[in-house]
Design a binder for this molecule. Structure first.
Ligand code: MN
Length: 288
């Protein structure tokens, strides 16, 4: 049975651009190789935005060497990048962007959400790429709510949505470069889930709502992240109140990490090259 290694509490709050009041739940700086293949988790909101004319968000910026996965719970976002991709995602939708060799993109509130105002709530997870794919072509998957399968848990305990990976023979739609299970679990008060996970994989549980007890004792509440042992295949979770959780599970990438802002490579030299490539326009540009 999996045990709790640590619980990350009280994540640090800051703004990303003028549209995303985020709490950084973990980063490579805080959890390092223990959380591989994951690099960062930002939780934005829930936050209220009054109606406005100009979409708030983050202006154009680069990424290289990894993937950004954005899951929207409330509100609506629009994205466009130098590879010519454009997408709009709302509640329940996911955008899985593979930066790989590099993109320039902007991430904004959608025009309609900007005009009407309302509550914004989303998470952005960074997933590392193995060295062999870091300089591959950028890619982009818009995964709509209706494409994400939901499995009912035994004893009417709740539901599990599969964004990526496989659960009891059901597959999630996201294409990944290394084995990743990204599941959203909704558990009802005083109900339990027993999940079977691949042996040896990194496992963490992020609490969006409610309170849970993990591995029979450790408690985690809103915006907490529990890191579990890689050993053991069985994960017990009990809801102390109705809970919405993200289960992060994946094969660790056993390679050096050199992380600098929006670039995640394997060496300092590759970071220097990424910065040079960005400044000389080799990561492309956004259409005016
Ligand atoms: Mn970005």
């Amino acid at each position: 049975m999996k045990k709790v290694v640590s619980i990350e509490r009280k994540p640090s709050a800051h703004w990303v651009g003028d549209g995303f009041p985020v709490r950084t739940v973990f980063s490579f700086d805080t959890l390092g190789y223990r959380i591989s293949p994951f690099l960062l988790l930002d939780y934005a909101g829930p936050a209220e935005f009054v109606p406005a004319n100009d979409p708030r968000g983050v202006d154009e910026h680069p990424h290289r060497g990894f993937e950004t996965v954005t899951v929207v719970y409330q509100g609506e976002l629009e994205h466009r990048d130098s590879a010519g991709n454009h997408g709009k995602i709302g509640p329940g939708d996911v955008q899985w962007m593979t930066a790989a060799s590099g993109v320039i993109h902007e991430e904004k509130h959608s025009r309609e959400f900007t005009r009407l105002g309302g509550t914004l709530e989303m998470v952005q997870l960074w997933v590392n790429l193995p060295a062999e794919f870091k300089m591959g072509p950028p890619a982009y998957q818009t995964i709509l709510d209706r494409q994400i399968p939901t499995v009912s848990l035994p004893d009417d305990a709740g539901t599990l949505r599969l964004i990526a990976g496989e659960f009891e023979g059901v597959k999630g739609p996201a294409q990944t470069f290394t084995p990743v299970n990204l599941w959203e679990l909704r558990l009802k008060t005083y109900h339990r889930a027993e999940l079977m996970l691949p042996p040896g994989f990194t496992t963490a549980v992020f609490v969006l709502r409610g309170e849970i007890a993990l591995a029979d004792s450790e408690r985690a509440g809103e915006a907490d992240l529990a890191l579990l042992t890689r050993e053991g295949e069985r994960l017990h979770i009990e809801a102390r109140e109705d809970a919405t959780l993200l289960i992060l599970n994946g094969a660790a990438i056993d390679e050096p990490v050199a992380a600098y802002g929006p670039f995640v490579m394997n060496s300092k030299l590759e970071i220097t090259r990424a910065i040079e490539d960005y400044h000389s326009g080799r990561l492309g540009r956004l259409a005016a």
